[in-house]
Structure formats: C-alpha cells, structure tokens
Design a protein around this ligand. Structure first.
Ligand code: NAP
Ligand code: HSE
Length: 430
C-alpha cells in the first residue's frame, strides 16, 4: 500500500511558490481527498542561493534537474518554470522515466503539445495542463470532456491578464502604459519576459492550445496572425469610448467552411458585448458549440493563487489515479487537419486613425483611396488639430469590408503627401 504521492517541482517562482504554499496550508484536506499525503520531494530552480518565500525545507531546493527526473520517489513532475527549453526536454525525460507531468507552460503545450501528449499516451502517463490557459478558470477540462459532444464553431477570448490589466488602467484611469505594465509585473501577472504578453505571443500560445483542443485540429502559434498592444495611444481609448466601444486584446479562432481563421489583436468591442465588460486581470473565454450555443467562462487569468488552483487540481487528479490505479484518461486525439485560412478571408468593420495635413481636399483624397478599394465609409470625425504642425487627426469607421481591401487602401493612403501617418488600424469585433 502506497504511503504518499511524491511531487517534484521545476520552478519556484510566482506559480511554484503559490503551489507549495497551498499544498502546505491545505495538506490535511488533500490527504483526506486522495487517501495519502502529497509530499514535495524536491524543487529545481535556477539559483538555489536566492531567498525563498515558499514554505519549503531549503535542503530540498536544488539546481540539479537530473536528480529530480530520476528520483524514484517523485511520481509527478510539476513544471512551472516556463519557456520552451529546457522545459521541453525536462518534460520528455520525465515522461520517458515513467513520471506523470503537470505543466502551466502554454508556450510548451502550444509548440509541442501533440508530440508530448502522444508520448504520455504511449507511456500510459498523464500530461495535464489546466493552468496553461486562463489561470484559475477551468477551460482545458471542459474542452477535454464536457463539451466533447459539440461541433465547436468559435473560440473568442480575452486570455492575457497582463494586457487586459494594462488596457483597463489606460481606459479607465488614463494610466501611462509603462506604469501599468510595471504594476502588472509587480503583481506577478506578467511572463518572465513581458514582451510575450504585450506583443500578443502569450495570447497566441493560449489560443493555439484552446483551438487545437476545441477543433481537434492542430493550430500552431505561428499560424495565428498576432498583433500586440504597444502601438495603442491614449487617444484611441478616448475616441473608441465616444463611439461606444472599448479596446481589448482579443484572441479569436473560428471554423469556416474551408478551414480555420485565427488571430490575436487589439480590437474595438461594443461596450454591451460580454467580453467588453471583462476588466483588470480577469480573463473570459466564449465558446460556441452547436449543441450548447454560447458558453462563457470568466475568472482571474493570472497570479499565484488562481494559477495554483489549476495546477493543484491537475496534481490531485493524478494523485487520485496513482493511488487508485486508474489508467490515463487524458489522451485525446486529433481529427483531420483543417487548413488555416489567410487574413484575406477576414471581413469586418474597421476603425482607422490617420494624421493628415489640416487643409481643404484632404478628406476627399482619403475617401477616394478607400472607395477605389471598395471600402465604404460609415462615419468620419475630425479630431484635435495641431496648429503648430498644421495637422489634424481623422477617425474613420468603415462599413464591413475585406481586410485585404482595407490594407490596400491604407497602403495607398500612407503614400499620399497630405498624410503624416496612418496611426491606428483596428478591427471592430462583432
Ligand atoms: P517566474 O516567477 O519567473 O518563476 C520561474 C521559476 O523557474 C523560478 O523559480 C526560476 O528559478 C525557475 N527557472 C527558470 N529557468 C530555469 C532553469 N533553466 N532551470 C531551473 N529553474 C529555472 O515564472 P512564473 O510566473 O511562476 O511562471 C511559471 C510558468 O507558469 C510559466 O510557464 C508561465 O507561463 C506559467 N503561468 C504563469 C502565471 C502567472 O500568473 N505568473 C499564470 C499561468 C501560467 P529562480 O527562482 O532561481 O530564478
Ligand atoms: N502572463 C500571463 C497573463 C500569465 O498575463 O495572462 C497567465 O498565463
């Protein structure tokens, strides 16, 4: 009769510390649920000399990953260090050594998930990754199980807490971008390298994970057209609000007749849309299934506590299986590969902000470029003029148009001598 389930952590940062703390604080409850205690045998870090906030015996903190991966007392490896390598190799080695794996690493699952899941299945081991998307929001388990009877037609999500926190503070308080980012980092929301958050890569990794599960067809992160939030200006938030919209970084994957469309970008959302009301570090994911209709998942998408909730849920599922000898039930298989469609298939309304010379006839020249490309204008507003530079800002809302046509028109507009800059171009997500 087994006396304990052994866990080994790789990473003892924001998430790892949260996991160790909750395992310690709720040890009795978890022991009652599983039948035996879950014991942290080792924790691998980059620098073992760093002071740690986690309630863990310092003797167990090491930089020796090989010792953890070959330790017969470690049943489950919990990878919470992040990044592609060496995390990928560590997880392969753990599965090959017959260990179960829990990971919070969306980059790894987005890039290597199908291959690692095949290895886990071959070895009869679990590879669970609930914490990789949406922090504490249950998303992976519902897609693995509860929504399986559906033909899913779309996934639309706010899935990066850092950018949603920054955009919310910029919209509601007029906060400076750099200050809002620094605060998100201080609160432990940001990735070790925040470029991944603000350039949209983190959201693209998460969309790749969700869409691959939802459509049972591999969607790789590089197939997702990805734009970040760094080029947005405070004025865009103001003008969007005047028009009845908010600006959010939204990840979308849709099933069309001939394949999948996938993108991550800041977009205008009408203020009455459910996703428009998701603020701060909150994430929300709307999934449309043919049987369920739209289902909405919402909650805290980053931070030590919500993320440790998801990691420990996976750990408890595995511990229960280890103790009761339940075989791996996590295997899922891909269906026929759906082609990923190009951006020329996207059709939407668009918000365009252009800085132009403030003189007669300019608007007519812009309107001609749009009209020549079959893009119809719904509304135009002339905003603040800069008297010194004799420039003005034009905010244009188009009717529904093909994105390729709008991009062609904008390329022509940018070449006009009366145009200083095409400053912003955002889809209206409907
Ligand atoms: P973090 O605070 O930067 O912690 C990373 C940990 O990994 C640190 O303990 C670090 O050691 C260790 N580490 C880094 N490189 C290593 C290496 N080569 N060998 C051994 N140890 C190494 O990161 P985090 O925010 O906890 O994120 C961890 C993972 O969870 C990432 O995959 C992230 O995407 C994911 N995640 C994070 C959140 C969140 O809100 N933070 C939410 C969901 C998912 P030192 O302590 O010695 O530097
Ligand atoms: N950096 C990520 C975010 C952490 O801000 O959403 C959660 O995956």
């Amino acid at each position: 009769m087994r006396k304990a389930v052994g866990g080994g952590l790789i990473g003892l940062g924001v998430v790892g510390t949260g996991v160790v703390r909750v395992l310690a604080e709720r040890a009795d409850f978890f022991t009652r649920q599983v039948g035996v205690p879950i014991i942290v045998r080792r924790a691998v870090v980059r620098d073992p000399s760093k002071p740690r906030l986690a309630p863990i015996d310092p003797e167990l903190v090491t930089d020796d990953a090989a010792a953890l991966l070959t330790d017969p007392e470690v049943d489950v490896v919990v990878e919470v260090m992040g990044g592609e390598e060496p995390a990928h190799q560590y997880i392969r080695r753990a599965l090959e050594a017959g260990k179960h794996v829990v990971t919070a690493n969306k980059e790894l699952i987005a890039k290597h998930g199908p291959e690692l899941l095949a290895l886990a299945r071959e070895r009869g081991r679990y590879l669970l990754f609930e914490a990789s998307v949406g922090g504490g929001i249950p998303l992976i388990a519902p897609l693995r199980r509860d929504l399986l009877a559906n033909r899913i037609t779309s996934v639309r999500a706010i899935i990066n807490g850092t950018t949603n926190y920054i955009l919310t503070r910029m919209a509601q308080e007029g906060a400076d971008y750099a200050d809002a980012l620094a605060e998100a980092q201080r609160l432990g929301y940001a990735e070790p390298d925040p470029t991944n958050d603000v350039e949209g890569y983190d959201a693209a990794y998460k969309l790749a994970v969700l869409a691959t599960l939802a459509f049972r067809s591999r969607l790789a992160p590089e197939q997702i057209r990805t734009e970040g939030i760094t080029r947005l200006s405070a004025r865009d938030f103001l003008y969007a609000a005047e028009l009845g919209y908010v600006i959010k970084l939204v990840a979308v994957a849709e099933r069309r007749d001939h394949g999948l469309l996938a993108r991550v970008a800041p977009v205008l959302l009408h203020r009455d849309e459910p996703l428009a009301k998701v603020d701060g570090v909150y994430n929300a994911v709307q999934i449309v299934g043919d049987l369920t209709g739209m289902v909405l998942f919402e909650g805290r998408g980053a931070g030590a506590e919500p993320t440790s909730s998801a990691v420990i849920a996976d750990l408890l599922e595995i511990a229960d299986a280890v103790v009761h000898g339940i075989p791996n039930r996590t295997a899922w298989s891909l269906e026929e590969q759906l082609p990923v469609l190009g951006p020329d298939q996207i059709e939407s309304r668009y918000y365009i902000r252009v800085t132009v010379s403030d003189r007669p006839g300019v608007l007519a020249r812009l309107a001609k470029c749009l009209g020549d490309n079959d893009v119809s204008i719904a509304a135009v507003n002339q905003k603040e003029a800069n008297e010194d530079q004799q420039t003005a800002e034009l905010v244009i809302m188009t009717h529904r148009a093909r994105e390729s046509a709008v991009l062609r028109a904008l390329a022509e507009i940018a070449e006009l001598p009366v145009v200083a800059e095409v400053s912003t171009f955002l889809r209206v997500e409907e």
